[in-house]
Design a protein around this ligand. Structure first.
Ligand code: SF4
Length: 460
């Protein structure tokens, strides 16, 4: 959700005539979009604010703006802890709009007819912006469209309803307009974003549910791929899953946060489902969409978790339901009920966490190993961060694929033909490694053969 908000802010900034830079030392305005879902994120955000103070000391005209969940939660406190911050905006749609207006007001001499300051700024404006707002040739290929803000479920560990408010579903026609705009900008994959995305109901016609929304989006001309994040198990009805079955544009992956395999823990977490009900939802996917990957979130060491509770989670993960899991040791969040409960000792939580990671890593690896010898179509992400001689791409089931850069690699060419067929040669916990054999302009195209890279024996 923060990434989708960042995209909106970057769009407003570019529309007001700003260029976007990844380098804070080159920026006139530095914007920090903060998260408070875990203590670590909060600590890092305050640390970053402290570091950025040096920029203002070096150049007092630089402005520092903080927005997002931590800003919403700590509005007053933040002004005391970090008085050098020029403006603080929360998470509401009104605050986001005000942020956009403020950016525009800080650039009063911009005029719509004016040429963009440089070609790069123009390209960034034309091409849309990245999830993290640092546009490169590929970032416009994936686009977020927010369908709903806030959450009304109040899980006892979660800060979201406190900082983002209750459900606010966007009307279907607004969402469709958003998707059309992103397709026109060149998006190949649309991600529908909501805190509890499958709870979506059209506020103008509450008969229309998330399945109807996906069908309507899939009917739009030019849509190549569709995906969504983040659903709640409770809101997957059989009807919705049957609707999804009929949409060939959907990426074959569903994120189904389990959080715990223990009934007692799920009740304490206020998750609104039992392990049996969760299993029923998994069953819907196995019945109607058996080829889909299921990914999840797990919290270890939630207050009151016994060894027996933990074993229920461990056993669930060991049964290889999940192709990937985001696992966390419970992090108390100020203002949530569970933060005030007796905590599981840190050493016990850490020891359980390690056991869970070991079990789930085996599942991830087994899932990825099944791809060895196959060719998967994946959407390019760009040059690998770890090895500049390799490209990174994501398969439809969201698995990272790394492959040596072909000899004809050119960012603009590969942005126009972004679908890569990767022949998978080896698999790891994090994804797969292979060779790019074709690239295609459209998802359904056969594509053009790609010349193989010359092997650098010294690098092997
Ligand atoms: Fe937080 Fe998700 Fe629970 Fe809502 S459903 S309170 S967003 S964890």
């Amino acid at each position: 959700m923060n990434e989708a908000d960042s995209q909106y802010i970057a769009d407003r900034a570019t529309a007001a005539g700003y260029g976007i830079t990844a380098d804070p030392t080159k920026a006139g305005i530095v914007l920090l979009n903060t998260c408070t879902v875990r203590d670590n994120a909060e600590t890092r955000a305050y640390g970053r604010m402290g570091q950025l103070r040096a920029l203002k000391l070096a150049d007092p005209t630089v402005k520092l703006v903080v927005c997002g969940c931590l800003a919403e939660q700590d509005r007053d406190r933040m002004r005391k802890i970090a008085p050098h911050v020029d403006a603080v905006f929360g998470t509401s749609i009104e605050d986001l709009a005000r942020l956009g207006d403020t950016l525009a007001a800080w650039r009063p001499d911009f005029n719509d007819d004016e040429e963009y300051a440089d070609e790069r700024a123009l390209l960034e404006h034309m091409g849309g912006n990245a999830a993290d707002c640092i546009a490169d040739a590929f970032t416009h290929l994936r686009a977020f469209v927010t369908v709903q803000r806030g959450c009304s479920y109040f899980c006892t560990f979660c800060i979201v309803p406190h900082v983002r408010g209750r459900f606010d579903h966007h009307p279907m026609h607004t969402i469709l307009d958003g998707v059309r705009a992103r397709i026109a900008e060149g998006a190949r994959e649309i991600m529908l974003v909501g805190q509890t995305v499958n709870a979506w109901r059209d506020p103008e016609n509450t008969d229309l549910d998330f399945g109807d929304l996906c069908r309507a989006v899939a009917a739009l001309e030019g849509l190549e791929r569709l995906t969504f994040i983040s659903p709640h198990p409770k809101d997957f009805t059989e009807k919705i899953v049957r609707d999804l079955q009929d949409i060939p544009h959907l990426n074959p992956r569903v994120h189904l946060p389990l959080q715990s395999g223990s009934d007692a823990m799920l009740r304490r977490m206020n998750r609104k489902y039992t392990p049996e009900q969760y299993q029923e939802k998994v069953g819907f996917f196995r019945r109607y969409l058996p080829h889909w990957a299921i990914t999840t979130d797990i919290i270890v060491g939630f207050p009151g978790e016994t060894e027996e509770d933990f074993r229920s989670t461990l056993e669930y993960c060991a049964n290889r339901t999940f192709s990937q899991a985001f696992m966390f040791v419970y992090s108390p969040r100020r203002g949530t009920p569970a933060a005030g409960w007796e905590q599981v000792p840190a050493d016990i939580a850490t020891e359980r966490f390690k056991r869970l990671v070991a079990a789930q890593d085996a599942s991830c690896r087994a899932y990825h190993e099944r791809k060895i010898g196959t060719t998967v179509r994946a959407l390019i992400q760009g040059v690998s961060r770890k090895d500049r001689k390799k490209l990174a791409a994501k398969s439809l089931d969201n698995v990272t694929m790394i492959a040596p850069m072909p000899p004809d690699y050119d960012a603009q060419l590969y942005a126009r033909e972004p679908w890569l067929d990767v022949r998978v040669q080896s698999a790891f916990t994090w994804g797969g490694v292979g060779t790019i054999v074709r690239r295609a302009r459209r998802f359904g195209d056969e594509g053009t053969a790609v010349e193989q890279p010359i092997l650098d024996l010294a690098a092997l």
